[in-house]
Design a protein around this ligand. Sequence first.
Ligand SMILES: CC(C)(COP(=O)(O)OP(=O)(O)OC[C@H]1O[C@@H](n2cnc3c(N)ncnc32)[C@H](O)[C@@H]1OP(=O)(O)O)[C@@H](O)C(=O)NCCC(=O)NCCS
Length: 249
Amino acid sequence: MNGPHLIDNPAELRPGVQRRRSPGGVPGAGGLPDGGSTLRGVSVIIRVAHSSDAAAVGGIAFETGFFGGSAARYFPAPELFSVLWAGPYFAGAGAGLWVAEDEQGVAGYVVGSPDPAGYRRALRQVALHRAWRVTPVAAVPAVARYLVRAARMPGPHASEARFPAHLHLNLLPRLRGQRVGDALLDAHLSTLRSLGVPGVQLSTTSENRAALRLYRRHGFEVAARRLLGLWTPWLGHPAEHVVMVRGLP
Ligand SMILES: CC(C)(COP(=O)(O)OP(=O)(O)OC[C@H]1O[C@@H](n2cnc3c(N)ncnc32)[C@H](O)[C@@H]1OP(=O)(O)O)[C@@H](O)C(=O)NCCC(=O)NCCS
């Protein structure tokens, strides 16, 4: 994993959100160093994720995995969700892994992979070697139901040749609405540029309105949309899946 990075462009951050080097890695139990001016008394740092953040990132993925709410309603196996959704990025396939941390701990992340084949390899590895250990038997029918539906109703994708990277961005509710998403996305896109990646794609739905606005602000455009019944049993209606793309000149 990379060491901490400092990005000197804090102008658009709301008070209390700082992109900063964290010299000793994750601040210890004594609290965050150098809080600066704060919003509602809370200080947030954006830092490179370490492998020790994998469980926290997986936990947030689960807590936000249903349109910003908990994935528990369709996937009642939090550890398995964490392994499948966060594991590949921390198992060698990821780049530009950043977290947002406040005084209560890691509460947001951006993860992604610039290498589709490497990502699929890493996903196979974690699925084969770790998934069975963390799947409660009682959860198997619900998990299988979701995975079969997802396999039968794939969302749209953009060209992997033009947009080889993909990313995921999620915040716990306590960090939302403070432009933390902007800071994480800027950091991630800078990393991709420094690696010479030509373009990036992401998947969302038209239900995720805040996310759509944020991605448009960062130059993403809609490449494809598809109405799918994947979420109907839990959402009550079909959802329009949206793939957005951005070149990285
Ligand atoms: C989508 C998300 C990454 C946006 O990041 P963010 O840092 O909250 O973005 P912003 O600070 O720009 O706020 C987003 C919008 O929500 C509004 N908002 C304000 N307070 C909010 C709160 N407490 N909770 C949610 N949204 C809030 C903001 O006003 C803003 O509206 P605007 O775009 O019209 O200005 C983040 O809200 C999130 O993780 N949501 C849940 C999971 C999700 O949808 N992830 C994306 C999946 S593709």
